[in-house]
Design a binder for this molecule. Sequence first.
Ligand SMILES: Cc1cc2nc3c(=O)[nH]c(=O)nc-3n(C[C@H](O)[C@H](O)[C@H](O)COP(=O)(O)O)c2cc1C
Length: 204
Amino acid sequence: MADPVDRRLWGDRSGAETAQGSAEVAPDASDEAREGLRRAMRRAPSPVSVVTASDGRGEIRGITIGSFTSASLSPPLLSFNISRDAGIYDLLARADRFALHVLHEGQAHLSDRFATPDMPGVEQFRGVDYRVDAQGLPLLADALATFLCARHAAYDAGDHSILLGRVTDIREAAAGKRPLVYFDRSYRRVGKAAQPASFDPARP
Ligand SMILES: Cc1cc2nc3c(=O)[nH]c(=O)nc-3n(C[C@H](O)[C@H](O)[C@H](O)COP(=O)(O)O)c2cc1C
């Protein structure tokens, strides 16, 4: 079994980074299998967020992420998957911290901006409302929720890496704003509440 910890990304800095996983390295998928996975994944909605990072010396970058989820409450960990081809990949490899911003339904333009391929970091942030914190990390204004994270671990996952961040601070927008969702290749709003049907006792 391959060591799933991506040492290229995280080095050997803490115990958490040397944790072992159990995923086998899958053989390369055919075009057909890839398309099948893509097609089926269109049925699963995802929250839209933007991850930002900096090298602390003025280089800043962001990326639109749909794979964000909460991974652990204690310690507080979140995770997302990042393509090895992503422009921010090497910056995340060097950065000790990153920020994950959950977008609201009025921020689809930010998702588009940070998903535009091959855009230099300075251009990504042109016209965007943000500030940099004391360590140079860019923080987007007005996100639904912002999670400041210290890097915790990374795991190989085929052509992506699974990144885990330890949440060090959380900022939330005032109540009332709703999340931006990506579903079936387009941006959506969260709809009405669904009521669970009752089970039919006559059926096994
Ligand atoms: C809604 C949405 C969700 C996305 N989710 C991810 C993701 O979870 N991981 C990832 O690596 N790329 C994801 N992408 C793609 C990247 O945002 C995009 O390919 C990348 O930023 C292109 O810019 P680059 O050339 O700087 O890498 C997503 C794009 C969109 C529009």
